[in-house]
Write a protein that binds this ligand. Structure first.
Ligand code: ADP
Ligand code: MG
Length: 312
């Protein structure tokens, strides 16, 4: 995935830990083979190549993620939209960045704006992009989804507690061996701005994701162009936000919402997070000012018993 992945586990023996960790990393590799935008041989690349053509048979996990992404598009009223794929490609962030012409972006808009652009047959596990030129990008949700999958796999191997961190997308379960909660630091948005974490969350369950303009971006003539696009304009979302951190019970939801809220900006974004149960959010703007939902960071649901009970 071109990102740093850290797995932390509490196990009854080193053998159990190693077996579980190997299975966890194998799951990461499997998800990368499904969802990578960088690999020509990923299932996602195959679906994109078939745009406008025949439906493509995909594994069940692909269908699951596609449906979750569609839900995220619905709840965010289009702020989260994996069909921005062609525009992400055009901007070339971060590999070959350039500022596209307005005309190029205008030409892409119809390929992005159709909410039914991806047909999903959840029974036969087939998907199809309706028009040639359409392309999916699951970069805004796949890491959180992968964190969920890895958590399930670790728990299935008898791991009582751990942290699955895929870049800025973190899933937590169980506790330290002494029963105390994990402490997860939320990084400050930009190097050199303030010291220490923005927040330290005590968690025994749930997920936390951060999206920001500071990880993948380029600068041209003093303007900073980052990798989260406003699906309506196909320009980098510019709502004066530096970072958005979301807590939720699932990694996929936290990841997708962090991206969506970044696009929406603090006013609409915090209103959406307030309406959603077990979702909290923290915004940091370009002046360093923080604003958050009334329940931030969600101490109640972040302190939950492990999903499948403690195994001593
Ligand atoms: P990161 O990849 O740094 O964790 P995000 O989770 O916010 O950041 O995802 C950003 C990625 O999602 C982009 O690199 C792009 O591939 C894709 N993307 C960009 N804009 C959107 C959007 N509005 N909705 C859904 N995905 C997006
Ligand atoms: Mg995201």
């Amino acid at each position: 995935m071109g990102t740093t992945i850290t797995l932390t586990v509490v196990a009854t023996s080193e053998t159990v830990a190693n077996t579980a960790l190997n299975a966890g990393f194998a799951t990461v590799a499997e998800m990368e083979r499904l969802f990578s935008s960088y690999r020509q041989d990923s299932v996602l690349a195959q679906v994109n190549r078939a745009a406008g053509g025949e439906p493509v048979s995909v594994p069940g996990d692909f269908v699951t993620l596609a449906l979750l992404a569609r839900k995220a598009t619905e709840v965010s009223e289009g702020a989260f939209n994996p069909l921005v794929g062609p525009a992400v490609r055009l901007w070339g962030i971060p590999e070959n960045p350039r500022v596209p012409d307005e005309a190029e972006l205008t030409a892409l808009r119809p390929l992005v704006s159709d909410p039914q652009g991806l047909a999903i047959d959840e029974f036969s596990h087939r998907v199809r992009l309706r028009e040639p030129g359409m392309a999916l990008g699951y970069g805004g949700i796949a890491k959180g989804f992968t964190a969920d999958k890895v958590t399930e796999v670790l728990q299935g191997h008898g791991i009582a507690g751990g942290i699955v961190a895929i870049a800025g997308d973190i899933r937590v379960f169980g506790t330290h061996p002494d029963g105390t909660p994990w402490r997860v630091g939320v990084r400050p948005p930009r190097e050199g701005e303030g010291s220490g974490p923005l927040a330290t969350l005590e968690m025994t369950g749930g997920a936390v994701s951060t999206s920001g303009d500071y990880e993948r971006f380029f600068e041209l003539d003093g303007v900073r162009y980052h990798h989260i696009l406003d699906p309506r304009t196909l320009w980098p979302a510019k709502a004066g936000t530096v970072s958005v951190t979301v807590t939720a019970h699932s990694g996929a939801l936290a990841d997708a919402l962090a991206t969506a809220l970044f696009v929406m900006g603090p006013v609409e974004g915090l209103a959406l997070a307030e309406r959603m149960p077990r979702v909290e959010a923290l915004f940091v703007d370009t002046t360093g000012t923080q604003s958050a939902t009334s329940g931030w960071p969600g101490t109640e649901f972040l302190r939950e018993p492990p999903a499948n009970g403690l195994r001593d």
